[in-house]
Design a protein around this ligand. Sequence first.
Ligand SMILES: [Zn+2]
Length: 476
Amino acid sequence: MINKLIVIGIDGMDFDVVKKYEKDLPTISKLLSDNNYPRLRSVFPADTTPAWSTIYTGLDPTQHGIINFVNVKDRDNSYKPFEFDDSVFKGKTFWDKLNEMGYSTTVLLPMNIKNGWDINGTMVTRPYKGEMHVYPSSKESLYKPDFSILGTESKFTSESQLKILKEEFFKKSDEEFRLTKCAIENEDCDFLFSYFSTTDGLCHDFWRHCDENHPEYPGENEFMYAIKDLYIKMDNHLNEIISLCPDTPLLLISDHGHGARPVYVARVNEMLRRFGYLAPKTSNGTKKSKKSLKGLIKKTALNFVARFGLPKWAVKIARKVPVWKGLFASGNDFDWDKTVAYLSDLSALKNYSYGGIRVIADDDKKDALCDEIIKKLKTVMIDENTPAFLWIKRTNTHYSGQYLHRYPEIIFQLDESYGADWNLGDELFEKKGFMHRLSPGAHRYETAVIGAKGIELKKAQYEMTDIRDVILSVFK
Ligand SMILES: [Zn+2]
């Protein structure tokens, strides 16, 4: 029995998807409608790792620092994945705080936590380096987390794998629920946090097949209800959790929304070039042929991947080394002596509709230069009525923590149909995205989900930094 609060975290659950399938999701919609459909905004950028770090600690990404962007301009141009271990969280999460206040907690499969640690209560960690840990170890025989299901790396490799992939996601969700149910039936503690992973992964891979408004929707197909069915499964899980603990307050949250990855590109570097902030490498005889060769490799590689999939060894390498980086964004593209602003890798590689711009200037002149660039970019229009940027601002007007320097100086949200593109070109806007072919779904910033029962959600708009307080307030 869980006595005081259950928190269910669902990765990538999207507000608009819940609305779309609302009639089929009675439990989730009640959690939202009973609170007048409050909104929850993700962190910027809306990535899983910084978002859950914020949920755990209540700190924004410039305060907790669990964030990293690869700077394309870096001379060594080497990719260093951002490494962190449990010490950045240990003692700082909401469950640690509850332990400190004297409450017992059960924490299941928490995102971002690697080896885990002993807490007042029970922790079952996610698969990490081939292992899962149960604390205390005496409870291993009670939970028996199934590594063969939870440890699968569900990842898009080719169209022909979609059916297997879908089955993996659904099985994983059932195993995550089995552990949750096991905790509810066997623990006697104050608090349960259970993290469900699969909504995000499934949307990344199946978005195009399920969204009839997507420019590349294939028409009726065997996967057209994959997302809906997984949401229904989550709704059933929640319904069962509530029936097992009818009197325990429950909070439902996601870390960001999910939608289509843009298939149209907005050439932000080209905009900067036209305003005189960025200069391409001076032309010489080889430039043009080199550029078109790059384009050809990219096209060929992507056609190959879409048809035949990535061979296993390539998937392994791609996870460690950004094989795409050299193809899509290169520090050799521009004349750095004449460039003061360029697209941040944050959006260039992922083709997301949100992103950032790096600005090079002395500290005392930087803000003024940023403001000047922002003012000009605000005038860029997709068509007569549609500005390219929904918003664009100096990052230091949004966040102010000690890790602010890890961010590009300017952040922005484009019209959601457009992904920021690194390359220069004759057209500022074009249907020419590529990442959507490898991963048709993409995270959204404004559309995370928050719902509750037995807790009053008073705000109409929540930020990720509020979630920790919402949880702790139940215990005050
Ligand atoms: Zn996520």
